[in-house]
Design a protein around this ligand. Structure first.
Ligand SMILES: C[S@@+](CC[C@H](N)C(=O)[O-])C[C@H]1O[C@@H](n2cnc3c(N)ncnc32)[C@H](O)[C@@H]1O
Length: 216
C-alpha cells in the first residue's frame, strides 16, 4: 500500500463520507507541512513523522465529539502551525474558522497551508488572544496553549451568549489536554465536561489525552 494512502487510512478508519476534495486536502497536508517545516519550525521533527496521528487525528477528536452547525464561527486560540484549526476546517467546510497566534511566522505557515488547500473558510490573525475585543464566536478551540484557568479567562469574553436553540451544544471552550488534569481543573474556576480521546480513537497515543468542554 502506498505511504500516503496508509496515512489517510488512519483518518478514514474513523470517518467516512469525505468528498474527493476533502480527501485530497487531507492527503496534501503531509507534503505541505514537510515543506514548510523545513523553512519554519512549527512541528517537532519526530512528530512530523506521525503527523496524521498526533496532529490531524488528534485535532479531529473534536469533530468526533461535536457537530458544528453550518455558518457557525470558531476561533482557534494559539493555533501554532494550524492545529486543531486546519484539520477541522477541512472537516467542516461550511463552518468559519479564525486561527490566531501571537507568533507571526506561525501564522505565515498557516496562511500558506490554507491557501495551498484552497480553504475558503479559514481566516487568520497574528495577535495575542487577549487583544481581540471586537468579535464573538460560537466556540473557542485550543490545544497545548495554556492552563485551563487562562484559556477560560481568555475565552469567556469571546463567546456568544447561549441561545434557546443551542440545546446541549451551547457556545463554549473546547480544548485538548493531556496528563493529570485534577489540579488544573480545580484551579480553573470552571467545571468542564471531560471526554477521553482514547475512547474515541483506539491508538495508544491517545491514552491520557482528554477533550474538555466548558459551556459558556
Ligand atoms: C505549544 S504551541 C501549540 C500550537 C498548536 N495549538 C498545536 O497544538 O500544535 C502553543 C501556541 O500558542 C501560542 N500562544 C500562547 N499564548 C497565546 C496567546 N495568549 N494568544 C495567542 N497565541 C498564544 C504560541 O505562540 C504557540 O504558537
Amino acid at each position: 500500500m502506498e505511504k500516503a494512502q496508509q496515512k489517510l487510512e488512519l483518518i478514514t478508519k474513523y470517518f467516512s463520507d469525505f468528498t474527493p476534495v476533502q480527501l485530497q486536502q487531507f492527503n496534501a497536508l503531509d507534503e505541505l507541512y514537510t515543506d514548510w517545516n523545513s523553512k519554519i519550525n512549527v512541528i517537532s521533527r519526530k512528530d512530523l513523522e506521525s503527523l496524521y496521528e498526533k496532529h490531524v487525528l488528534h485535532s479531529l477528536s473534536i469533530a468526533a465529539a461535536f457537530e458544528f452547525a453550518a455558518g457557525s464561527t470558531i476561533v482557534d486560540l494559539g493555533t501554532g502551525g494550524g492545529f486543531p484549526g486546519i484539520p477541522l476546517a477541512i472537516f467542516f467546510p461550511e463552518v468559519k474558522f479564525h486561527l490566531i497566534d501571537s507568533i507571526g511566522k506561525k501564522i505565515k505557515v498557516v496562511n500558506a497551508v490554507a491557501e495551498a488547500l484552497d480553504l475558503k473558510n479559514v481566516t487568520t490573525h497574528h495577535s495575542r488572544i487577549e487583544d481581540i475585543k471586537d468579535r464573538k464566536f460560537d466556540f473557542v478551540v485550543s490545544r497545548a496553549v495554556a492552563p485551563l484557568k487562562d484559556l477560560w479567562k481568555w475565552s469567556k469574553p469571546l463567546l456568544k451568549k447561549p441561545s434557546p436553540n443551542s440545546g446541549n451544544q451551547q457556545p463554549g471552550l473546547i480544548c485538548l489536554k493531556g496528563g493529570d488534569l485534577a489540579t488544573e481543573i480545580s484551579e480553573s474556576g470552571c467545571r468542564p465536561r471531560v471526554m477521553e480521546v482514547f475512547e474515541i480513537f483506539g491508538e495508544e497515543y491517545f491514552k491520557e489525552k482528554y477533550l474538555l468542554y466548558v459551556p459558556s
